[in-house]
Each structure stands twice: as C-alpha cells, then as structure tokens.
Design a protein around this ligand. Structure first.
Ligand code: SAM
Length: 432
C-alpha cells in the first residue's frame, strides 16, 4: 500500500475509534459465550466482541484482508472471530490444550453426526466396566480425583477412543477436558491448581457423566450456529513458540490480533498449571513436539529468568520501570527483564511475518510488580519501532465490575493515560 493511503487509513481508523460512544468497548452485558466461544474456559480470554469490532474496523478501512495471525491464540477467540469475518486464520500456541480447543471451536462439525456419536458414546459408557488396571497412571491422579470420578473418566475416555472416529474426536476431547476440570478435586473458580480443603472435599461428589452430557449439549448449540455459516475460511494451527516463527514465510499475514501473556507464568497466569490435568488425561502430556505439562510454564515467555540486569532493549519505559524494581528486588527485576526480552524476540518475529502496511491489534493487561506499573502497551510500542512498526491508536477498555479510572479517550500516544491493572489496553500498530 502506498505511504499516503496507509496514513489515510491510520487517520480513518483513529477517527472511527474516537467517534465510538463512551463505554463502547466495555461489553458489560454482552454474551461472551455465543458461537463456539463457550466451549471451554481458559485463562485471560479475549472478549469476542472486542476481537470482532477490531477486525471490523480494520476491514472497513483496509479492504482486502485475507489472512489473520494470532501468535498467542490461547482458546482461539481471535481465530473464531477471524473466520466469522471471512478471513483465513492462523494461530499458534505452546500449550497443546490451546490447540485442541481452537481446533474444536473453529471446525463446523456435522450436527447430525455429532448427535449420533454422542448417543453411541453414552450408550457405550453406560455399559462398559473398568478396573483399576485401566486407570491412567500419571502422578497424583488420586490426589486430584476421587476414585469413582477416575473410574467414570476412564470409561468416558475409553468410549471416545473406541466409539468416536478419529476425525470427530476433537469435539469430544474438548468436552472431556472441560469435564475433567469440573470434576477434579481442584478449586474450580481458580486457574491455578489448588486442592479443595478437607471439608469441601468430603462433600464433593461430582457427577462425571451428567457434567459431560451438559457440556456436549451446550457445545452442540454453538456448533450448530457455526455449521450454518459454512463455507468457512481455512484455519491453520501451530505449536510454535512465538519467539521462533521461522517456518512461516516473511510478509505473509494481512492482520495480527492477539493478547499476549501478562508476564511470566510463574508470577502471573500459569497456563501450564491450568491445563495440566486435562493434558495428563488426554495423553497430550507426552506430545513429542512440545514441553511436558509441568515444564510448560517454563517454556513460555519469561519462563527462564535472565542472569543479567544489563540490557539493550530500546524502551525507555521499560528501563525506568526496571530501575525502580531493581532498587527493591534484583531477582524480580531479572524475571521482569527476561519476560520483555522474550517478548521483544516475538515482536521481531511478528514484524517479519506481517506484510508491509498491515495492522497489528494488541489487547494487553498492564501489571504491577513491587508497586511499579509495567506499561506493556507502551513497551511493546517502543520495542516495535526498530522492527519498522509504528503506533496508530491506543485506548483503555474498562473491565466491567473492576474499579478503574473512567478515562477512556483514544489518542495516538500509546500508554498516555493512567493504565491500571483493572483495565486492558487496546492498541493498534502498523508495519511500514
Ligand atoms: C492471554 S493468553 C491468550 C488468550 C486468548 N486470546 C483467548 O482468547 O483465549 C496467552 C497465551 O500465550 C501462550 N504463550 C505464552 N508464551 C508463549 C510462547 N512463548 N509461544 C507461544 N505461546 C505462548 C499461552 O499458552 C497462552 O495460551
């Protein structure tokens, strides 16, 4: 795209966003589980309506968007919205559970076949007997599940393997994984693995088959809607570390839409811990192409702490914050640095695979370490500059039910306003 038309598109995008009513991005009353978005919980999910509107705004001002990339796809929110908008979507994530969920959510399964398979499966499960010899033998299985629950999950798993054809299994594995989460002895409201306390555990008698059936029925409703929307654009899913997208050719994608991790898994969201029980049940634990579940968090951004506090990252915002943290706690400063060093590597990779003139939509949460706020939106913007990527617009989305300053006005000065943990920063960059 010629420079002048890119600048015009930048202006038009800024104007469209400025003209939106106050509170437009809150989506406090929106149904975030529509389409296939409700298949499976996942930490720090993007709000589908945020993804949808960002895609629509870019499409409005930059026609001819054919391909979308999310290098941290998580549960695939941006990919689902991408294909609904008629765009071929590619996503990558280190977490095998992420890829399974995204595959199920972006596939339109034949509803009649699903119904037929469900009936066959439940019939099998009701008839089959299993013994302890059939139980999975991963570490601590009896710590995380009651014996009767293990037996029911084993029947269910065996049923999926024996009754459901391989091509249809992802839909059922996702329902199974969601069931595993709900019937385990972990505290369900939390993404980290904490065991229920003694009192709660005594009372805990989850019904595995009823839970599974409910999840399947709910997911069938989402699938039926997607089925109606066919033909759908293609979807490609990868297991790549976002720091190394070398299998993807340069200048491939027309649009990037992503929400990266807030910080290292150790001190922020532990995606590996969230997924561990499912991965163990699904035997995805031993996937040859990825880290073992208990090593997953270490493999993610900032998983290995930096040994040095010296750095050459060209972000004044990061340097100021790091200096303040270093004064209080050198170890924490090294952890923070390693996260941004890894993030910087991904920025270079993302810039490489994006086509010139393409937009990058980022949704990030700014966190605080040692009372020092890490303005990740501003840091990403500053770091991206040397990769030929420039800021277009930035604004704050108020997260409903969380207290935060009312300020919500867009500007092209990324990170210009008071950003708090209770909001997320949305910003758009463009590769020159
Ligand atoms: C905030 S979540 C994405 C959530 C997603 N937008 C959604 O709606 O579900 C960030 C994702 O980044 C992944 N991740 C972290 N470090 C990664 C890395 N180095 N390479 C690829 N994925 C990574 C995590 O597994 C997690 O799924």
């Amino acid at each position: 795209m010629p420079i002048s038309s890119s600048l015009m598109a930048d202006d038009a995008i800024r104007q469209t966003i400025q003209q939106l009513p106050q509170g437009f991005w809150d989506f406090a009353a929106a149904n975030t589980k529509e389409w296939t978005h409700g298949y499976h919980s996942y930490p720090a999910m993007m709000i589908p309506q945020v993804a949808r509107n960002l895609i629509a705004i870019i499409q409005q001002h930059q026609p001819g968007i054919h391909t979308l990339l999310d290098p941290f796809m998580g549960s695939g929110t941006s990919l689902v919205e991408g294909i609904l908008a008629g765009i071929h979507a590619a996503g990558s994530d280190l977490n095998p559970l992420s890829r399974l969920i995204t595959l199920a959510k972006t596939t339109a399964w034949d509803p009649q076949l699903l119904q037929w398979h469900t009936e066959k499966l439940l019939d099998y499960v009701n008839r089959v007997q299993v013994s302890e010899a059939d139980w999975p033998d991963f570490d601590n299985v009896e710590f995380w599940f009651k014996p009767v629950v293990i037996a029911d999950l084993t029947r269910l798993k065996q049923g999926i393997e024996r009754v459901i054809p391989e091509t249809s299994r992802p839909f059922f594995w996702v329902a199974f994984s969601n069931t595993v989460r709900w019937v385990s002895n972990s505290r369900n409201q939390e993404f980290k693995l904490y065991r229920l306390d003694k009192d709660h555990l005594t009372q805990w008698n989850p019904d595995v088959l009823a839970t599974f059936r409910r999840v399947v029925e709910r997911n069938q409703i989402g699938n039926a809607r997607l089925w109606e929307r066919q033909p759908l654009p293609s979807v490609e899913l990868y297991a790549h570390n976002a720091m190394d997208l070398s299998v993807l050719p340069a200048e491939t994608f027309d649009l990037m839409l992503t929400s990266p991790p807030y910080g290292d898994s150790h001190t922020t969201v532990a995606y590996g811990q969230f997924s561990r029980l499912s991965l163990q049940w699904l035997n995805l634990a031993d996937a040859a192409d990825g880290p073992a579940p208990h090593k997953l968090d270490q493999a993610m951004l900032g998983g290995k702490s930096s040994k040095e506090l010296q750095h050459a990252l060209p972000s004044p915002t990061l340097t100021t914050a790091l200096n303040k943290i270093t004064d209080q706690d050198k170890r924490r400063a090294r952890e923070v640095l390693s996260f941004y060093q890894d993030l910087d590597t991904t920025l270079q990779e993302i810039a490489r695979v994006m086509r010139p003139g393409s937009y990058q939509c980022w949704v990030v949460g700014n966190r605080t370490v040692k009372k020092v706020q890490l303005l990740t939106d501003r840091i990403i913007t500053e770091l991206s500059e040397r990769y030929g990527v420039i800021p277009v617009v930035s604004f704050t989305r108020v997260i409903p039910n969380k207290r935060m300053p009312k300020e919500n006005s867009p500007t092209n000065q990324i990170g210009d306003k008071v950003a708090t943990m209770n909001g997320e920063q949305i910003f758009i960059l463009r590769k020159q």
